[in-house]
Ligand binder design. Structure first.
Ligand code: ADP
Ligand code: MG
Length: 714
């Protein structure tokens, strides 16, 4: 293929160019950067949005009003008119078509164009034919000056995704030049049934005129499938490479719990579910190996992940090493801390709590205990991984609600974990007297999430993660009845709430989410609280929100837990982890503002005891379509996996996974859901290719993942 066969004579190509571009054409580097690429070579994968057919000329007399066509004619007359506004009006005649005439108008034009469009000049115009005062006309057609002998392009003209201040002309030129300079060979064997990379690119940048434009535009041609396959293959290859790198890393094997597990379980009033046991076994198998574990524990809200985590760290404790348990919010960290303390202290294990809010002596003591190893388990927020904290011999890190950490935070955590384990962050004066020097050892990593990721997504984005699933809730849970109620019936809801609380049960009142500002959200919470206190004088009503001091927060939470409060008015700080079995009613104000995962998490705060539980979703009208769909989904489903699937369909994978917040798109062309067959095929191919074509693999990765490789590892 001759990649540049389509380059037009730049001198005649003046349409669509901005004034400054005519003076100094943009360099390929400039174009690439403007479009968000690191180098001009990346432009080969800047693929057209759609195409225009300039391969044919329609005789003017055959052009029907409303059609978008290309016609050719000679300028007969041109003049600048000032009424109704300044414009260049040009009349052309098509001699080959019974001297049919057409007028075209340019509302923006340059002196150079006026000079060019003088009588006798032959032009090709592409645009929509409209009825005008003098017959057929085109307003702002694309035009170019030609000679009678100027050949027509033999392929469709690509229209590329553009950004402001970049013309199609500039993009086309840069893409052409990238195509002609790049090595378009296939570094890996061409998968059966697909075109070569060069053929695929050629047919996308320059499709033949008989190509099915619809199929092209809906990305459903062999060429498109080839590129999607290549992209997915690059992803699978890099995930496998990351997994391989992890196998090359070393971790302290933690094979034995020294009888701690038996003792902990004996003290519990319940037995583990079969699903908890299975997940724990998978984790324990990983821990016994001399490589760092990288496992995600998925389980619906209330499925009992905390207990599994507590049991999972026992082998680290038995080995004399430390474990760190991290949660995204202070309130959740605190709940975890209390649970861990309840379970581990009877075994003689020291648990410490660390969060940003911890100050003074208490903080110093926690940090000192972590550094000298007397604290065996540290529970906290990301304050655990600040610079002033250094672990004595950290062997295992647990991250709860990992999906709430952004991609960037997860990367930082990973880096910090490695640094901690290799001793880099240890303060020099700390004595390293443990027989288990953790230098050069990575900690094992266990992540937990209640937002389940469907298999195809997990495979595509998390292939370097092993996944355990708790697919069963502890026995005795009553399903939560969910009701959606128009906020104009708020009074009725409050009356019911009153009766309910006076009967001895407890309830949550969740205040509206105010995304724009913490302060506004706080005000909304305070207002709701004041209103409920006024309306329900016979109830004890507490308030908890994110801006409270942690002692104040803890005091309210423990009063609620102890049954001293009937009603807890709260912001989303209670979204995760809060566990009060007697609270069986939740009212969520402005439920339409919440996302599905958040609603599911919130609702998961009730239904934790034997009491019949319900959740009331108050919504304000009018509802947007998406909000209506979300409310219906949450109303119809109690199962977090079903909700996640519906959520994914509603939002698409990028947003669902929180990739958007990282500002990077993970996949440009392929969609792991829609292109699941290609994903499976790419995954199957990846293992063999790594074995048989290691160098080809490198070249493939450079082509597809010039940067951002790290994103695939978190
Ligand atoms: P999540 O998976 O949402 O983090 P938790 O770990 O907070 O759920 O567990 C929810 C509640 O269920 C807690 O009160 C916990 O003690 C309890 N629980 C955990 N495992 C079991 C079990 N096997 N049987 C009964 N209750 C359990
Ligand atoms: Mg939890």
């Amino acid at each position: 293929m001759t990649a540049n066969s389509n380059i037009r004579n730049p001198k005649s190509e003046i349409r669509n160019r901005t004034k400054s571009e005519i003076r100094n054409p943009k360099s390929e580097i400039e174009v690439a950067h403007k479009l968000g690429y690191a180098s001009p070579a990346d432009l080969i994968l800047h693929l057209p949005l759609r195409y225009e057919d300039e391969t044919r000329i329609t005789p003017l007399r055959d052009a029907r009003l409303g059609d978008t066509v290309q016609i050719e004619g000679v300028v007969e007359h041109s003049e600048i008119q000032n009424r109704p506004r300044r414009q260049l009006v040009v009349q052309v005649v098509d001699a080959a078509s019974d001297n049919a005439r057409l007028v075209f108008r340019l509302l923006h034009f340059y002196p150079s164009q006026v000079a060019l469009l003088k009588p006798g000049t032959r032009v090709r115009l592409m645009g929509e034919v409209r009825p005008g005062f003098f017959g057929a006309e085109m307003v702002h057609p694309q035009f170019r000056v030609v000679r009678e002998t100027t050949p027509l392009p033999d392929t469709l003209t690509p229209i590329y995704p553009a950004v402001a201040a970049l013309s199609q002309y500039a993009i086309r030129r840069a893409v052409e030049s990238a195509l002609s300079e790049a090595d378009l060979g296939d570094p890996l064997p061409i998968p059966a049934g697909f075109p070569s990379f060069a053929e695929a690119l050629h047919s996308l940048h320059h499709p033949s005129p008989d190509a099915r434009q619809e199929a092209l535009e809906s990305h459903d041609t062999p060429a498109w499938r080839r590129l999607k396959f290549d992209e997915l293959l690059a992803q699978q290859l890099s995930l496998r490479l990351a997994a391989r790198q992890r196998l090359a890393l070393r971790a302290l094997p933690l094979p034995d719990d020294g009888g701690l597990q038996e003792r902990l379980l004996a003290a519990l009033p319940f037995a583990m579910t079969a699903a908890q046991q299975r997940a724990l076994r998978e984790i324990r198998d990983d821990l016994a190996r001399p490589h760092p574990m990288n496992r995600l524990l998925q389980g619906d809200v209330g499925s009992g992940k905390t207990l599994v985590a507590a049991l999972a760290i026992l082998p680290a404790l038995a080995a004399g090493t430390q474990a760190a348990v991290m949660a995204p919010t202070e309130i959740l960290a605190e709940q975890l801390f209390l649970k861990f303390q309840e379970w581990l202290q009877p075994l003689g294990i020291e648990v410490a709590w660390l969060a940003a809010a911890l100050k003074g002596k208490a903080k110093k003591a926690a940090i000192a205990g972590i550094a000298d190893g007397s604290v065996r388990v540290a529970v906290g927020t990301h304050a655990l991984f600040q610079n002033d904290v250094s672990f004595h011999n950290l062997a295992l890190v647990v991250v709860d609600e990992q999906h709430r950490f952004g991609v960037a935070q997860r990367l930082a955590l990973r880096a910090k974990g490695a640094q901690v384990a290799s001793g880099e962050s240890r303060v020099a004066s700390t004595p390293i007297d443990s027989p288990l020097a953790t230098r050069d050892l990575q900690p094992h990593l266990l992540m937990m999430s209640a937002t389940p990721i469907p298999r195809s997504l997990a495979m595509s984005y998390y292939a370097d993660l092993d996944v355990s699933v708790i697919d069963e809730l502890p026995p005795g849970r009553t399903p939560i009845a969910t009701r959606t109620i128009n906020a104009n019936r708020r009074d009725e809801v409050i009356a019911r709430l009153r009766e309910y609380c006076l009967s001895g049960a407890q309830a949550y009142w969740v205040c509206p989410l105010v995304e724009e500002s913490d302060k506004l959200q706080l005000r909304a919470a305070e207002e709701s609280h004041a209103e409920l206190v006024a309306l329900l004088p016979e109830l004890n009503i507490g308030l908890v929100h994110g801006r409270m001091k942690s002692e104040a927060k803890a005091a309210v939470m423990s009063a609620f837990k102890a049954g001293e409060l009937h009603l807890l008015v709260a912001t989303t700080v209670i979204e995760v982890g809060v566990d009060v079995a007697n609270a069986a009613l939740m009212v969520i104000e402005h439920a339409e503002r919440y996302g599905l995962a958040q609603l599911h998490q919130l609702r998961g705060r009730v239904g934790r005891g034997a009491r019949e539980s319900s959740c009331v979703l108050l919504y304000e009208t009018p509802l947007s379509d998406t909000a209506r769909q979300r409310l219906k989904i949450i109303h119809d489903h109690n199962d977090g996996f079903a909700i996640a699937r519906a959520d994914l369909q509603l939002r698409g994978p990028g947003e669902f996974l929180g990739a958007r917040q990282s500002g990077q798109q993970l996949l440009r062309f392929a969609d792991p859901l829609a292109d699941n067959d290609l994903l499976e095929q790419a995954r199957d191919a990846a293992a063999d290719l790594l074995e048989q074509h290691p160098q080809g693999v490198q070249r493939h990765l450079v082509r597809w993942l010039p940067r951002g490789l790290d994103l695939f590892r978190v």
